[in-house]
Design a protein around this ligand. Structure first.
Ligand code: C5P
Length: 224
C-alpha cells in the first residue's frame, strides 16, 4: 500500500563516480597542454545520476560549468591530480570516465616562463606519459562493479571502442564520433559497446544521452 515511487530514484544508495572535462598539463607558469573537451557531457551525466538518487562524486578538470544540484564536485587541473582524486573517492558502485585526460604531460614543468633564446630554434618539449585512470581502475582490486569509459574517435569509431573495452577492462565503452563539432557542442551521437554488442543511438542532446545512459545503468544494476 502506498509504495514509494522509486521510478526517479533508481540509483538510490549507489555511489557514482564521474570524471569530466579536459586536463591541463603545465609546461611553464603561463603555458599548458590541453584539449577541446568542454565537460558538458560528463556534467550532464553527473546531473542525471544525482536526479536518479545516487550519491555522485564529480572529478572535474578545468571547465567553466556550474556544479549540478546534489553533486559533490572536486576540481583538479592535471591528469595526475585527477587520478589521485578518483582514488580518494573510491569505493564506487559505478565509475563513468568521461574526462578527456591528456595522454602526455610536459616531462618537466619549467619554474620560469620559457623564453626564445635568439637562435631561431624552438625550445624542445619533452613529453612524459600520464597514468591511464580508466585502465588502472580496470585492473584494480577496487574496481567499481560497473566501469564505463568513453572513447572520442575521429575514425573507425566502433572498432577502436571495442578494442579499448578489452584493453582497459571496462564493462562498457561509450564511443562518440568527434569528427564533427561534438567537443563543445550540445549534441552527441554515440555507440554503446558492451559485452553483448553495439547499440547505436540516434543523434540527441547531451542531456538526453546522459538520461538514457543513467537509465541503462540503473537497469543493469537492477539485474538487467
Ligand atoms: O585511450 P583513450 O584516451 O582514448 O581512452 C578514453 C577513455 O579512457 C575515457 O574513458 C577516458 O576518460 C579514459 N582515460 C583515463 N586516463 C587517461 C586516458 C584516458 O581515464 N590517461
Amino acid at each position: 500500500i502506498n509504495a514509494p515511487d522509486l521510478s526517479h530514484s533508481n540509483l538510490f544508495g549507489r555511489h557514482v563516480l564521474v570524471t569530466a572535462g579536459p586536463t591541463h598539463e603545465p609546461i611553464d607558469p603561463v603555458r599548458y597542454i590541453a584539449n577541446r573537451s568542454s565537460g558538458k557531457q560528463g556534467f550532464a551525466i553527473a546531473a542525471a545520476a544525482a536526479r536518479a538518487g545516487a550519491k555522485v562524486t564529480l572529478v572535474a578538470g578545468p571547465v567553466a560549468l556550474p556544479t549540478p544540484p546534489g553533486v559533490t564536485r572536486i576540481d583538479v587541473e592535471t591528469a595526475r591530480e585527477m587520478f589521485a582524486a578518483v582514488e580518494d573517492a573510491l569505493p564506487a558502485d559505478v565509475a563513468i570516465m568521461v574526462a578527456a585526460v591528456a595522454d602526455w604531460r610536459a616531462a618537466d614543468e619549467a619554474p620560469q616562463k620559457l623564453k626564445k633564446d635568439g637562435t631561431g630554434l624552438p625550445h624542445p618539449l619533452a613529453l612524459a606519459e600520464n597514468p591511464d585512470i580508466l585502465a588502472t581502475l580496470g585492473a584494480s582490486n577496487r574496481r567499481p562493479g560497473l566501469l564505463i569509459g568513453f572513447a572520442a574517435e575521429t575514425e573507425k569509431v566502433v572498432e577502436h571502442a571495442t578494442a579499448k573495452r578489452a584493453k582497459k577492462n571496462a564493462d562498457w565503452i561509450v564511443a562518440n564520433d568527434v569528427s564533427g563539432n561534438v567537443m563543445g557542442g550540445e549534441r552527441n551521437t554515440i555507440h554503446l559497446v558492451t559485452a553483448t554488442g553495439v547499440e547505436s543511438w540516434p543523434d540527441m542532446p547531451k542531456a538526453d544521452v546522459a538520461a538514457r545512459l543513467i537509465e541503462r545503468i540503473a537497469d543493469e544494476l537492477a539485474g538487467g
